[in-house]
Design a protein around this ligand. Sequence first.
Ligand code: IPM
Ligand code: MG
Length: 357
Amino acid sequence: MSKKILILAGDGVGPEITQEAHKLLDALSAAGDLACEIETSAFGGAAIDQEGVPLPDASLALAREADAVLLGAVGGPKWEAIERARRPERGLLALRADLGAFANLRPAVLYPGLEAASTLRPEVVQGLDIMIVRELTGGIYFGEPRGIAENSEGQREGRNTLVYSEDEIERICRVAFEIAGKRQGRVCSVDKANVLEATELWRTVATEVAADYPHSTLSHMYVDNAAMQLAREPRQFDVMVTSNLFGDILSDLAAMLTGSIGMLPSASLDVNSKGVYEAIHGSAPDIAGRGIANPLATLLSVAMMLRYSLDTSELAERVEAAVSTVLKQGLRTADIMSSGCREVGTAEMGDAVIAAL
Ligand code: IPM
Ligand code: MG
């Protein structure tokens, strides 16, 4: 049966990188490997310009109908002055929440050949393969009350609320253990249980869930230590499971270990494995429109889409292998460039991956 894929290109480098993903999906369809219908729609700042809102009803309706959604990136200086409720980022959060995409998988993998692109020493990052499982539809990103208001002393006061119910913690921990079962079976739950009650509950529930997975092990780590350990000895981790905000921060850190934030894909899954797929990097307005952005995180996000939402693991592996091949061939976008390699632009990198399939 033909699968429906929605591409929301968004802002900054979003259109350039999703163009390469579109080409890749077209190539897989043309070869008869994948039956899919691709639609595109407005999102983010681009949608604000056209329709006044970051997530227009038509885009949301298409996203609800689709089997999988591929996102480019959202945001940029042009929309930073808009009232918060209508900013591009709110469209992204609304989409994740509406689709119930609570399980955010962010694999930090160091591809052979990119050791030199990492700012850490090669012997520290070689063979790195961590899966960060980030809770995506709860926590301080969504908790109420929130806002900026005047307090009784006439001062402006900013407020956000960190709240997690036990079922929210339980379901994300189960996702982490299911994934760990197919890897090394080691889950590290990251919290700040020494200070924050919400994450004290997180630790308790994670421990309860672990009892159902006797073949895996659970360890706990405070988030400050986890940040340090990621920079010190990242290969100690197999699967990390954590809250929305901590996962946001730690995944950027993990991305840099792999050489460039331009390498990290992500999948955000609902309870039925329908997913939103996106590179974890942002819209990079400084390089937008120049054809130099690294499309690999987005192409690897397509691989995750093939694996988790389209039930075609074999194609996912082919895409990942093609990415390895082009890197072995020495092709590099500017962000991962090192001596002895050939620098290519966004489109040439995309073409090379398709050729290597
Ligand atoms: C990410 C991004 C988003 C987030 C922003 C753009 C809202 O940083 O996907 O990591 O904080 O979740
Ligand atoms: Mg982020």
